[in-house]
Design a protein around this ligand. Structure first.
Ligand code: OAD
Length: 349
């Protein structure tokens, strides 16, 4: 810290560049305004990191927690603030909203990361545009590209990673109201998040049905047919059977609509590893009360976190998700417990 300038009721606190583990550049500016009749505390907290960025807006609840009895405010990063709210018991109903980014550490590519994302690597399927592979009308005409890809996508080749176990730990601690995932890799269930805590908004490979008449079809038989390069055929209408993953143009599962009850009850929203590009899922994040803290853990700002200034109760930690989640687990004192959970779990792949 190279300067603290105090001028009447206004305090400017300015730190010079701090180089840490990740060669981070850190600048903090704090302005405290105190009036004689009413105490106002404004925290402007800007952190610039070369690798990993933390942004915090000042939510009323966080301000209350972070203010000392004397009324002075302490600037903290997004993870510190959320960790503190959790440790103080201010958070009991967490809703997690997740996407493909939570599974990249398990070796599963996401969809839209340039170069490595699934949509950048579909040339061999000769499809008109990348998302056609998950389009129900395209599938109706030509199911073969999806079935070729499905051989790779079927669960069974990958294990849950630290991020999944962190979410499981939220459940174990009694803090998880619900997890809404767009992922179809099944890793949430595999790490032990129970069915009643999980909404697989884009479906899963666990069941299968005819894409025309929706007659259920034995999932294992569908899988065997697909693995053998065949198209499973509906015994009722002779339409192509597909695993119940939700395609563009299809309805979301009934369970998804539970969100109308869950989101108003949330007292913390954690958004992890999603580009928030696909509706209606993306708009879920806007359905918590405006005073409810929303924490984005992602490589880049997405959805409402792209706008400046951030909403008052918004926090984001940019960088690798596993690193951010681990930092939060350490703040909460959960890291060893999560590691034990992972060590005790045998993933047979
Ligand atoms: P995307 O690929 O669109 O977004 C993944 C997000 O996670 C991106 O913002 C990445 O930068 C981020 N990310 C990836 N790996 C990360 C890491 N290790 N650490 C931090 N951030 C990381 O995936 P989704 O948002 O899940 O739908 O995509 C939504 C839907 O689009 C999918 O469910 C699928 C797809 O079309 C259907 O197929 C119906």
């Amino acid at each position: 810290m190279n300067s603290i300038l105090k001028h009447g009721n206004i305090i400017f606190l300015h730190t010079s560049t701090i180089k840490g583990k990740n060669e981070c550049k850190l600048k903090i500016a704090v302005i405290n305004l105190t009036t004689t009749t009413k105490k106002l505390s404004t925290v402007i907290h800007i952190l610039f990191f070369r690798k990993g960025k933390s942004y915090q807006s000042s939510s009323p609840s966080a301000k209350a927690v972070l203010s000392s009895p004397s009324g002075s405010s302490v600037p903290r990063g997004a993870l510190d603030t959320i960790g503190l709210l959790m440790k103080l018991g201010r958070v009991r109903n967490i809703v997690v909203v997740a996407g493909a980014g939570i599974s990249t550490a398990s070796g599963i590519p996401d969809f839209r990361t340039p170069g490595t994302g699934l949509y950048a690597n579909l040339a061999k399927y000769d499809i008109p545009y990348p998302e056609a592979i998950f389009n129900i009308d395209y599938f109706s005409d030509n199911p073969h590209p999806f079935f070729s890809l499905a051989k790779e996508l079927f669960p069974g080749h990958h294990c849950p990673n630290y991020v999944h176990y962190f979410i499981r730990m939220l459940h174990q601690k009694g803090l998880l109201l619900r997890m809404y995932t767009q992922n179809i890799d099944g890793l949430e269930k595999l790490c032990g998040i129970p069915d009643d805590k999980l909404v697989e908004a884009h479906g899963s490979f666990a069941t299968a049905a005819c894409h025309l008449c929706y007659t259920p079809y034995p999932a294992e038989e569908a899988k065997q047919a697909i693995m053998n390069g065949n198209v499973p055929i509906c015994t009722f209408c002779a339409g192509a059977v597909k695993p119940n993953v939700v395609f563009f143009g299809e309805d979301l599962p009934e369970k998804y609509f539970q969100h109308a009850e869950d989101f108003p009850k949330a007292d913390l929203l954690m958004i992890m590893g999603t580009s928030l590009k696909i509706e209606p899922f993306a708009s879920l994040v806007n359905t918590v009360k405006s005073t409810v803290p929303r924490l984005l853990l992602n490589r880049d700002p997405v959805g409402p976190f792209e706008r400046r200034p951030l909403r008052r109760a918004d926090y984001m930690e940019l960088g690798d998700l596993s690193d951010s989640v681990r930092k939060l687990a350490e703040i909460l004192g959960w890291h060893t417990e999560i590691q034990d959970l992972m060590n005790n779990y045998i993933c047979w792949v």
